[in-house]
Design a protein around this ligand. Structure first.
Ligand code: GAL
Length: 426
């Protein structure tokens, strides 16, 4: 089967362009065989479709490798990371595991859990093709520790145009204030959840986008440095805005998971959802809906021109039992054919800067737009997906947020965030 036929057959990509250039898989002439056990949290329909597209390409390139899928269900990896921590503590690592580029990966590096991948980076010449913004987030002291497979955008607003039209509301309000006005219209119209939320990390995801909308990109980024002023009035305003927006959500009886919430938007039970662009994978691949007719998107109001990003990457843990097979898997993660199939299905963009117009033509409308946005927007990191805060800091914020969602008291919430920054910023 040709590469193009393969990519189209997996349903991983859209469009009709011929895929001319293959990814370089160089240096794997030794053809490893046997199992490779890989840990991730990709179990939702489009997440799994992305993973399967990557695996199908791995199968073409490395037919002697058997992929052992150790995916643990639970959006944003909460459950997976807890299980992984137990295995790392017991010195029984999988052969490779998913980790977000940025502070989350730094935790694993600092704990001495990962092998450096410089030899692989040299072999594959990845520093020539991975985006320069990403390289510092997967490296430490000049050594690379993971292979990024995608770039996702967190600050996205997804909506159901039919529901909004019926309520006289706008799918793309420009400012936060306009967003509140539109939420009010949907609430008044009745019958739907204005802004749907799910389990606790989705509230943290909403919080980070409201903070970005209120503070702007520079002040948001500055918050994650040691000594930053979390007691500032601007932070207070951001938390007040979050407080207001929460009143339009189903936070008191949330959906079970991010994808159940996305399905509520698709089916018209909810009007808006703030979610990363894996939601596009759910609308298109899992729910089989039509862009702009059944669902549509815009940057979270007040964040146009900003791209709050995250990147999934895969590692080589020290003590991996099938090291050669793990290296072959990592080559696949960084390859062009692997990334084209994977990202088209999952709803993310490749980490490769050497895509040509034929590669680009394989992607749907949202992802083409997202590729352009990545180039023209100001890039900032995500909190809920591991870029800006280490695990201890992030967990302290979870605690503060949990209490706030119950109490709805902004001053103690801000106080807890000030304390968390003081204790955990590095
Ligand atoms: C993010 C992850 C994405 C997506 C999402 C929902 O943390 O980076 O790839 O899977 O969680 O599970």
């Amino acid at each position: 089967m040709s590469r193009r036929a393969f990519l189209l057959a997996t349903g991983a990509v859209a469009g009709s362009a011929v895929l001319s250039a293959c990814g370089s898989k160089g240096g794997d002439s030794a053809a490893p065989s046997g199992e490779v056990e890989v840990f991730s949290w990709w179990t939702e329909g489009a997440e799994n479709a992305g993973l399967q597209a990557l695996l199908a390409d791995l199968q073409l390139n490395q037919p002697n490798i058997t992929f052992v899928n150790r995916a643990v269900a639970g959006g944003a990896g909460g459950n997976a990371k807890a299980e992984l921590a137990k295995r790392l503590d017991a010195n029984n690592p999988p052969d490779s595991f998913q980790g977000h580029a940025g502070a989350e990966l730094s935790d694993y590096i600092r704990a001495g859990k990962l092998e450096d991948l410089n030899a692989l980076y040299d072999e594959q010449k990845w520093t020539d093709v991975f985006p320069e913004q990403l390289l510092p987030l997967i490296s430490s002291d000049g050594k690379f520790y993971s292979v990024p497979v995608n770039i996702h955008r967190a600050n996205m607003l997804w909506s159901n145009p039919k529901v909004l039209r019926a309520a006289g509301a706008d799918p793309a309000p420009k400012t936060f204030e306009a967003f509140l006005g539109n939420l009010q219209k949907v609430k008044r119209a009745g019958g739907t959840v204005p802004l749907v939320v799910a389990d606790s990390w989705t509230l943290k995801h909403l919080l980070e986008t409201v903070m970005l909308a209120t503070l702007g990109d520079q002040a948001w980024t500055a918050l994650w440095s040691k000594g930053a002023d979390w007691s500032a009035p601007e932070v207070r305003q951001a938390l007040e805005n979050f407080h207001q927006v929460l009143t339009y959500t189903n936070a008191s009886s949330p959906a079970a998971s991010w994808d159940e919430a996305t399905t509520m938007v698709g089916s018209g039970k909810a009007a808006y959802q703030v979610m990363g662009d894996w939601a596009e994978g759910s609308f298109k691949v899992t729910q089989n809906l039509q862009t702009h007719t059944d669902y549509t998107w815009a940057p979270v109001p007040g964040t146009a021109g900003m791209f709050q990003f995250l990147s999934d990457s895969f590692t080589l843990p020290k003590g991996a039992k099938h090291r050669d097979a793990a290296l072959a898997w990592l080559r696949e993660c960084g390859s062009k054919t692997g990334q084209l199939g994977f990202n088209g299905a999952k709803g993310s963009i490749p980490t490769l800067t050497n895509l040509n117009s034929e590669d680009r033509a394989l992607f749907g409308q949202y992802l083409k737009w997202s590729m352009d946005e990545w180039k023209r927007c100001r890039i900032v990191g995500s909190l809920a997906h591991g870029v800006v805060a280490n695990n201890a800091w992030s967990t302290a914020i979870d605690g503060a947020l949990d209490t706030f969602v119950k109490s709805r008291q902004v001053p103690p919430f801000q106080g807890a965030l000030v304390a968390a920054a003081r204790q955990h910023a590095v």
